[in-house]
Ligand binder design. Structure first.
Ligand code: KG4
Ligand code: ZN
Length: 355
């Protein structure tokens, strides 16, 4: 029995999880600094770093308490060393090195994207490589083939915004706050299907993505709607100067319609490219990871469309889709089994991509 403690600080979540034998999640503690970034509409690196420093010890204590373990009962220390915000990664890596050194335990450096992909396998042991991996997060959108021995073959990635970033930017445009993905997910349920549609344009290359065109279409649509309303209220004011002017912001139903229209387009782009990857490679299993994998429309649409082609899709439970320490500990088990232990000189690699 091997118990690994996994540390994750690549963005705004300070997270530590403990996993036994790469499968059983004993604890998964998370402290998020998301509310500190809300007023800025996105993650501010300095604020994230400071929050990691302030909360990491408390998160460790909670992870140990929830698992009912002492530090001495942990067999290895794993940590995300990239990709992510450089300063934020440094906090986690320095903390991990301190623990590994003082406890005399191996240190395992984990690629954040590989950990996101492993989350699907962790809960569904019968999802065996090779399969198509889809990473959909705030910083990345990519398709790859996940091979055995923790090897990855990149098929394509986003050429501009990550899909989570597009959700966040559209939410900001609609005045829905940060992070936008979960709000758009919820609000889209109230949107009328097909009331607003956006073009499904994406990158030309078969497996690459592009979401900036979709984001711009949403922006232009909202501008046109607002201008139309302002014009309408001007005409009305001219005709009847004593009548109250019409609102110049979108009403709640219009916001829900735009959210639903955007989400449908983003999901369709992801589904189309992922199924194309299955068709071209002949693989009939898909594992999805990253924060956007928590999106309910993506989960249902990909599952249904794939099933129609006899393709199986595995999504991690929502708590393992967003950044967490358990996925880091789980992926580290795969690496430890292959002797892939890191030296104490390991440095952060903010641009790491599936090693
Ligand atoms: O994987 P993650 O927690 O952090 C990164 O590695 O980036 O992903 C965060 C992203 C954010 O952009 C957030 O808006 C998005 O995941 N997200 C969602 C949902 N939950 C989180 N997007 C769509 N629907 C959701 N339910
Ligand atoms: Zn992530």
């Amino acid at each position: 029995m091997v118990r690994i403690l996994g540390i994750e600080t690549s963005c705004d979540e300070t997270a530590i999880g403990i996993v036994e034998d790469g499968r059983r999640v004993l604890s998964n503690a998370v402290a998020s600094s998301v509310e500190l970034h809300g007023p800025y509409g996105g993650v501010i690196p300095e604020i994230a770093c400071r929050a990691h420093v302030e909360t990491i010890w408390g998160v460790l204590t909670k992870a140990l308490q929830d698992a009912g373990l002492s530090l001495a009962e942990v067999d290895a220390i794993a940590v995300t060393y990239g990709p992510g915000l450089p300063g934020a990664l440094v906090v986690g890596l320095a903390f991990a090195k301190g623990l590994a050194l003082s406890l005399d335990r191996p240190l395992i450096g984990v690629d954040h994207l590989a950990a996101h992909l492993y989350a699907a396998q962790m809960m569904q042991p019968d999802l065996e490589p090779p399969y198509i991996g889809l990473v959909v997060s705030g910083g990345h959108t990519l398709l790859c083939v996940v091979h055995a021995d923790a090897r990855y073959e990149l098929l394509g990635e986003t050429k501009d915004d990550a899909v989570g970033e597009a959700f966040d930017k559209v939410a900001k445009l609609l005045g829905l706050g940060y992070p936008g993905g979960p709000v758009i997910d919820r609000l889209s349920e109230q949107g009328r299907p097909g009331a607003v549609t956006f073009p499904r344009t994406s990158a030309k290359q078969a497996f690459d993505f592009s979401f900036s065109g979709l984001k711009t279409s949403v922006y232009q649509y909202v501008q046109r709607e607002l201008e139309g309303r302002a014009e309408g209220s001007r005409l009305k004011a001219d005709a009847a100067p004593h009548e109250p002017a019409a609102s110049t912001s979108l009403d709640a139903q219009a916001v829900a319609d735009v959210a639903a229209g955007f989400q449908e387009a983003a999901v369709e782009i992801l589904v189309t490219k992922t199924l194309r990857a299955c068709q071209r490679t002949g693989l009939s299993q898909i594992g999805v990871g990253g924060g956007v994998a928590a999106n309910r429309r993506l989960r249902s649409r990909l599952t249904e469309d794939a099933a129609a082609k006899k393709i199986r899709v595995v999504f991690p439970p929502p708590a393992l889709c967003v950044d967490n320490g358990a996925m880091v500990a789980g992926q580290a088990h795969v690496l430890l089994e292959r002797g892939r232990v890191a030296p104490l000189t390991l440095a952060v690699d903010p641009n790491l991509c599936l090693v």
